[in-house]
Design a binder for this molecule. Structure first.
Ligand SMILES: CC(C)(COP(=O)(O)OP(=O)(O)OC[C@H]1O[C@@H](n2cnc3c(N)ncnc32)[C@H](O)[C@@H]1OP(=O)(O)O)[C@@H](O)C(=O)NCCC(=O)NCCS
Length: 242
């Protein structure tokens, strides 16, 4: 059905935005939700090869909401686009279930190859923070978080947090998070410092080496106590010629 899952999307907005108070408020005042309505219709037209109509509906959605979603994109269930202004989702982009996008996000391409996949694929439960650019036909793993203003140019593993330009991973790896859960604004406070981690490993190594040196010194001390004292070294006296 064309507008199936809309109730789920309204509820997803209520769950993920503490500012949302009622379903009616979501329907009337949330451009992210309204953009999805336009997208569903545009995508329906696009799938039936009514390309121009699809593009036109998509364009109307852009004018009304400031969110541009190409009708050819594939979007899973319960997508939440918060604020939304400036969001661009390209033609071959794919978005899994329970994803969240903030304002200014681009799911864009880096090539001009017609008919090829040019845009990223987001797994389930991915959060893309405000202003982030995800560019290219790679996958962003389930539960990954993209930091504000990051520029992501390569595949992102499940559960990773990426920040910076170009984006680099910080903090938790894939194993740390199996079930994606929503964290408002992607904040957890669990990210260890990427420099502190190797430093901590080095300090552990130094402590282990110190313990080994102390042990060797003890063994040496015990061995030398058991042995007779070495003869004192006498200085050689040069013999005079007869
Ligand atoms: C990336 C993000 C998810 C990480 O949040 P967090 O779990 O609290 O992580 P921390 O703040 O502890 O940051 C960990 C490290 O990453 C760096 N970092 C965090 N966010 C960054 C960003 N967007 N760009 C560059 N570096 C960033 C921090 O400086 C810190 O580095 P340091 O240890 O060298 O000081 C978060 O910072 C973020 O960008 N959230 C988006 C929020 C958003 O878009 N809100 C819009 C509301 S309208």
């Amino acid at each position: 059905m064309l507008f199936q899952n809309l109730r789920d999307e309204i509820d997803a907005t209520l769950v993920r935005d503490p500012a949302a108070r009622s379903r009616l408020e979501v329907v009337l005042c949330y451009p992210g939700f309204q953009a999805l309505l336009y997208f569903r219709l545009a995508h329906w037209l696009w799938q039936r090869r009514w390309y121009l109509s699809g593009r036109f509906v998509s364009h109307c959605g852009r004018v009304m909401t400031g969110i541009e979603i190409h009708p050819g994109a594939r979007i899973g269930r319960r997508l939440f686009i918060d604020h939304g202004m400036g969001v661009v989702i390209g033609e071959t982009a794919e978005i899994g279930d329970d994803c969240t996008l903030y304002q200014g996000v681009t799911l864009g391409g880096t090539s001009l190859e017609r008919g090829q996949k040019r845009h990223p694929t987001l797994g389930n439960g991915v959060i893309v923070s405000s202003g982030a650019q995800v560019l290219g036909p790679f996958r962003v793993g389930d539960g990954a978080r993209i930091g504000a203003q990051a520029v992501v140019l390569r595949e992102v593993p499940d559960g990773a947090t990426m920040v910076g330009i170009p984006a680099r991973p910080v903090g938790r790896g894939a194993s740390a998070k199996t079930e994606p859960t929503f964290e408002p604004y992607a904040i957890t406070g669990e990210i260890p410092d990427p420099i502190a981690r190797p430093l901590t490993a080095l300090l552990d190594e130094v402590a282990a080496l110190r313990a080994r040196v102390a042990e060797l010194e003890r063994e040496r001390g015990a061995a030398s106590a058991a042995e007779p004292p070495p003869e004192p070294i006498r200085p050689r006296v040069a013999r005079a010629n007869p």
